[in-house]
Design a protein. Sequence first.
Length: 450
Amino acid sequence: MSDLLDQSPLIALAERLVEAARKAGADSADAVAVRSVSLSVEVRDGNVEETERAEGDDVGLRVLIGRKQAVVSTNDLKGNGAAALAERAVAMARVAPEDKYAGLADAALLTHTFPDLDLIDPALPDVSTLEKHARAAESAALSVKGVSKSGGASAAAGIGGMVLVTSHGFRGAYLNSGQSVSMTAIAGEGTAMERDYDYSSAIHGTDLEPPEKVGRTAGERTVERVNPRKVETRRVPVVFDRRVAGSLVGHLASAINAAAVARKTSFLKDKLGERIFAAGINIIDDPLRRRGLRSRPFDAEGVAGSRMALIEDGVLKSWLLDSATARELGLVTTGHAGRSASSTPSPGPTNLHLEPGERSPDELIKDIDEGFYVTDLIGSGANMVTGDYSRGAAGFWIEKGQRTYPVSEVTIAGHLLDIFRTVTPANDLQFRYGTNAPTLRLEGLTIAGV
């Protein structure tokens, strides 16, 4: 474990690569090292189906000559070929097309203080513990009356993180651990079988849902879906269960990604500063949340992020920006750069959530005479260019304020701007995923059924 947590060899290699790039003729350069270690166990019908361990350290070098840039990557951790790698990158940059927005982050924006975000669990489970968790989840699901078979249970643990060194003075590294447990259950027979799942993931094992609870929830959800009905096409209020509600926040994040805005491929490209949600709605991005699944002390350019409202009182306040897109749009990076070893930086969200409302989920639906409560979404039918939204869905029909019979094989459709404007959040927000939202009520979507 101590060897995995020691990033000093990777830092030294990144420094050698940056120095070699400057000697080879680069005007500026940065190097990243991405560490990934994972261990997983899959169980089905009481038998271990697969045990897998994977380790990898990938290193990437980006060089810039004026506004021309090139990226090369390697997994040669000895670094004996640092000079040759740097020379190849510089040669590639010399013949690359000019990108007038390319470049390292502004030196004045670099952070040199790294907060402790409590991202490492020193007691990662071994194979036998993971197997025990997977078996416990499967056993709990199979004990639920009506569950006919297992779709498989799994448990996993790992470590990830990155090192970043730049030619203009940044040097930083961080690691994070992660654990997860999941279960898929099956109910019914023949062509009438239904399946559902549950899973939990966390930075620290103490924050993980007990495997027995994960399994039991998967089984109960599956049994609830047996013998679904179809409904006729109509327009009704739609309620998103919190496990799918975060998808709407994810669509917002895609639409306010500055790369899409700069390319004019976002339906929100002209909406900055405008109210696109109802008053009182706030959507927050927070890379510094302790034990957050996407927390990090700095972004892939060495810029510190901060807790910021992307939507404040319903108003769109900011794009998700890295340095290049910020230059293109005449703005300042928001510290949202991400990067792999083989790519240039690009913007993306960290820990996203839509703040909760005041009413419970039951109170949110009690005045709905007829409506649709969505627990599962199928496909990715959200068009970020036009804002058109159409996805397959399953869940439960609402009658007189109560969830009643299961419903499947329907499509919900509308426009994301109309959907955003009618969002009403419940009070049941939980931080279980990278993107989180409470149960959400939406008005006036079309339900396409029989």
